[in-house]
Structures are given as structure tokens and as C-alpha cells.
Design a protein around this ligand. Structure first.
Ligand SMILES: [Zn+2]
Length: 319
């Protein structure tokens, strides 16, 4: 390590060794296929080491890596950097505290990116603490300036983004934090898929429970991350001994009684409401007086039932 203007940076040797190590782990975990993915790491206020284009990230050697300045000028190395390094450079420009950036195409997270569903439900304590919510940045043609423009709005406020129809991008105070966030995004996306789409039930953390996690996050020094919507009702404070102990959550308001649906709101009302990671249904935007329940899933299902009923009646008439 070395210190420049009071900030610690990895040496050239440490950064290159770490990039090869993270590349191997990324490949072995199946986060990338073929020559996909890229990694970069700062070694000074204006310089990074990054991965080359056209090489599997599982089989890189030190001579393949490229040293660049933050304007994109190659300083050392014979290989060509990835065209996707543009989004790395933009992350460093938008947030000078960032020391490393990782990008890959993990299967489940990329599937959410393709579906256009953000990772945004208070279901997992570690995800609320370490990640917060992960938005989907609008589609941009890979390798163009559209990509850095699409991610720029999220770099200060979040710890990573999904790139629509593409993959995931994370950043951190060092290369390990950036990669761990990539791992956490895939883990979070997988849990969202299992609970939302396979088991079909998610007990969201209550707003009080989320508030306590946010306090811990603050004490850990994590200042970015976004806040996922939480449940108005407490749904996880009784012991479950047998499957029969699990009863459908009580509904508020009128409409059909639906299993496993709880009213949700966004805590502290500081973030715009986006799509729920479990259902893909857009939630209603909360106003400041609102501790009002948002019943996006219930509304979506009720709407589908009405459509099904209309279709049934039309078919009856035709017969
Ligand atoms: Zn990519």
C-alpha cells in the first residue's frame, strides 16, 4: 500500500495480483462466460489498472493488464483495454471515494436486469445492511458513451446497479468490497427469485426492523445504498413450528383475500419508489403524509382477476 494526499492506494504489484485473483473467482463462480466481464482498481488519484478485452477473466496473466489514467489514456501495457472500461472511468469520476469497480453477467441478477426488475425488497438483513437496493439503469449499447451516462445518476447514492439487458456493475472502497458486492447482488437476486417466484411467499421485514438495520449500516460507515420498501405489519415475530402455523397475512382494505401479501411502504420516505423485486409490479408513489399501505401486489392480482372474469363473460356471450 502507499499513501498519496492522505489516501491509501494499492501498489502496482498488489493491484495486478488482486485483479488476477478476483478475475479467477469471478470465472469460477460462473459470473462470466467466455471473455465477459471487467475489473479495475485504482493505484493513485488519477491512475488505474484494468483488464484487457478478448481474454477470459479466469485465465489472465499480469502482462495482459493495462494501466490507464482516468481520462482513458493507456500508460502501460501492450493489450487493449475493454471498451466497457468507459463505465469504470465514469464511476471514478462521479465518486472519487471509489477505489475499484467490477462488472460481470451473473445469471440470476442478469435475469432480473433483463426483466427490468430492481432488487428492492426488504427481505434479507445482510442485503439491507451491505447493499441497500439495486436499481436497473436504462438500456445502453455496450461500449458506447450511453453506458456511463446511464449509470451516472446512481454512483453516489447506491453501491451497484443492474444494467438493463446486460449485467451487473458494482464499486467499493477497495477491490474486495467491490467484488463482494457483486457476489451479494447475485445472492440477493437468487433469494428474491426463490422466495418470490418458487416458494411464492415473502415475509418482508417491518419498517421498524429496517430502521434498526439502517442505524447499524450508518454505524458501519456505509453511507450509500438506497432503502428497500418494508412491511407495515410485523410478519416474522412468531415461532413457526409446523407448516400449518403459517397463515395468510391479513388484508387491509377491500378486494379478494390473497395469500402471503402484506402491505408495504418505503421507510423514511427519502427515496423514490421503484418496482418491487418480488413481483415486478410497480408500487404507488408515496406522498409525505403517507404511512399509507402500498398494496401493489394485491392490486396487480385483483386486476388480473377482473380481466380474467371479463374474458370469461365475453366468451360466455359468444357461446
Ligand atoms: Zn458486460
Amino acid at each position: 500500500m502507499m499513501t498519496v494526499q492522505g489516501v491509501k492506494y494499492m501498489s502496482d504489484f498488489e493491484a495486478k495480483k488482486a485483479i488476477l485473483d478476483i478475475g479467477r473467482r469471478m470465472y469460477e463462480k460462473g459470473f462470466v462466460a467466455s471473455n465477459d466481464g471487467n475489473i479495475s482498481c485504482k493505484v493513485g488519484p488519477n491512475t488505474i489498472w484494468t483488464t484487457p478485452t478478448g481474454v477470459s477473466k479466469g485465465f489472465m496473466t499480469q502482462d495482459m493488464l493495462v494501466k490507464m489514467d482516468l481520462n482513458g489514456k493507456v500508460l502501460m501495457g501492450r493489450w487493449k483495454p475493454s471498451s466497457e472500461v468507459k463505465m469504470h472511468l465514469r464511476v471514478y469520476k462521479e465518486n472519487p471515494d471509489v477505489q475499484a469497480v467490477t462488472h460481470a453477467h451473473p445469471l440470476v441478477a442478469t435475469s432480473f436486469a433483463i426483466a427490468g426488475i430492481s432488487l428492492d425488497a426488504a427481505i434479507l438483513t445482510e442485503a439491507v445492511l451491505g447493499l441497500g437496493s439495486i436499481p436497473v439503469a436504462k438500456y445502453a449499447t455496450p461500449g458506447t458513451e450511453e453506458v456511463p451516462d446511464s449509470i451516472a445518476p446512481f454512483v453516489k447514492s447506491h453501491n451497484g446497479v443492474l444494467l438493463a439487458n446486460h449485467g451487473a456493475l458494482t464499486w467499493g472502497k477497495d477491490i474486495h468490497q467491490a467484488f463482494y458486492r457483486l457476489e451479494s447482488i447475485e445472492y440477493y437476486a437468487t433469494i428474491l427469485m426463490y422466495t418470490g417466484n418458487i416458494i411464492g411467499r415473502q415475509n418482508l421485514l417491518s419498517c421498524d426492523q429496517v430502521d434498526k438495520l439502517l442505524d447499524i449500516r450508518h454505524k458501519l460507515g456505509i453511507t450509500a445504498g438506497g432503502i428497500p420498501p418494508c412491511s407495515v405489519e410485523v410478519t416474522n415475530m412468531k415461532d413457526v413450528v409446523t407448516a400449518a402455523d403459517v397463515r395468510p397475512a391479513e388484508q387491509t382494505g377491500s378486494g379478494p383475500v390473497l395469500k402471503g401479501v402484506t402491505s408495504i411502504v418505503r421507510p423514511r420516505e427519502s427515496q423514490p419508489v421503484s418496482g418491487c423485486g418480488c413481483t415486478g409490479v410497480m408500487q404507488k408513489t408515496l406522498t409525505s403524509e403517507a404511512q399509507k399501505p402500498v398494496e401493489a401486489e394485491a392490486l396487480g392480482k385483483a386486476k388480473n382477476e377482473i380481466i380474467a372474469e371479463v374474458v370469461r363473460r365475453v366468451i360466455e356471450q359468444l357461446n
